[in-house]
Design a binder for this molecule. Structure first.
Ligand code: 5GP
Ligand code: MN
Length: 342
């Protein structure tokens, strides 16, 4: 990944005016990359003298509560008036870690209502909407946080990276790369991590805060899901799991508790693809993971109105759980017949 001089120049121009009102918005069910990238953008822009509001459609998971600045994030679901006011007043709206406004669900209408703000995309998902004034879209970046890092350094040099920013960016890089184990682990990424480490961030502490801060209910739910709910297809090379609202209640489910479950079937050597179906009030949220050449972005777009990355994607189903699973089984069969799993 090489960020073009043009991207850097257009962002520099955009933020050269003083005292701009900026909204940084990220996707539904915000993860470590969404929150880390948003907070780091906020730090740098506040430092430049702008007024910045970070906005997300719904609450971030509780294992990110410790992050510096997280209390400034406006959650649309519980604070819609504050969000609407900030969006209406915005001169610039930055969409971070999301490629389509549809990823904002109901919040997308509020964003669309502001027709005068300049729109900026900073993202690493495939197939972005083409409606942005400035597009920083690099699907071969391992995280949005790495993009934000590269932009900040490109504009202001490594001295501009504060310790707080380093911590926020590290969370984004760490979570989106599965603690530096997925694809796009470039030498540049490790150089970036070296710069972050030089600010004095406590990497083992950050790791503990994010990965070892769950509830007992989550540990038990994990055991239950893997033992009782994981089913396999295609001679054990495709897996799926499901969670109903009733099951989640039984384990005192909190937002974020199922984070990472979908990856687990891929610890089985011959597994190619894994799916997780989570029931919500309005629909079933679909999470998909794969290894190597098997492309769940294609699968999610085709069968679940979604998308994402080649090895990590998501979507939605408006059918019942049973019908969703049946649809998945049919889809897997068709996908395999067309060579998608060979
Ligand atoms: P997760 O399974 O962790 O929720 O999401 C995995 C990846 O797929 C993320 O990069 C996420 O942004 C993307 N993704 C999840 N749900 C959707 C969706 O409904 N639509 C699209 N286009 N992408 C999604
Ligand atoms: Mn991301």
């Amino acid at each position: 990944m090489r960020i073009s001089e043009e991207s850097i120049a257009s962002l520099r121009n955009l933020f050269a005016d003083s005292n701009l009102k900026v909204v940084v918005v990220s996707h539904t069910n915000p993860d470590g990359d969404a929150i880390g990238s948003s907070l780091a953008l906020r730090e740098i822009l506040v430092g430049l003298g702008h007024e910045v509001t970070c906005v997300v459609p719904n609450k971030y998971p509780y294992f990110l509560d410790w992050m510096t600045g997280v209390e400034n994030i406006a959650v649309f679901k519980t604070d819609s008036e504050r969000v609407a006011a900030a969006v209406a007043a915005a001169d610039i709206i930055i969409c971070a870690d999301m490629s389509r406004l549809s990823r904002l669900e109901q919040l997308s209408d509020v964003i669309s209502a502001n027709t005068t703000a300049k729109r900026v995309l900073i993202d690493h998902h495939l197939s972005p909407d083409e409606t942005f004034d400035v597009m920083v879209s690099y699907p071969d970046s391992s995280s949005t946080a790495f993009l934000v890092y590269t932009l900040i350094v490109g504009m202001f040099g490594t001295e501009a990276i504060s310790r707080e920013m380093a911590e926020q960016l590290y969370v984004g890089m760490m979570t989106d790369t599965g603690n530096f184990s997925f694809s796009f682990l470039t030498p540049e990424l490790y150089r970036a991590v070296a710069v972050l480490a030089e600010t004095g961030i406590d990497i083992p502490q950050i790791h503990n805060n994010v990965y070892n801060s769950f509830t007992e209910g989550r540990a038990r739910l994990f055991g239950y899901v893997i033992n009782r709910k994981m089913k396999t297809l295609m001679k054990g090379t495709v897996a799926y799991m499901s969670l109903t609202e009733e099951e989640m209640r039984r384990f005192w489910f909190q937002q974020g508790d199922s984070e990472g479950f979908v990856n687990y079937p891929l610890t089985i050597k011959k597994m190619k693809m894994s799916a997780m179906f989570i029931e919500t009030h309005d629909f079933i949220r679909v999470s998909l993971r794969s290894r190597g050449k098997y492309d769940v972005d294609v699968f999610a777009r085709r069968y679940f109105n979604g998308g994402g990355h080649k090895n990590a994607a998501g979507g939605k189903s408006f059918l019942s759980m049973e019908e969703t699973i049946r649809h998945y089984m049919e889809a897997v069969k068709e996908f395999a017949a067309e060579g998608g799993l060979s």
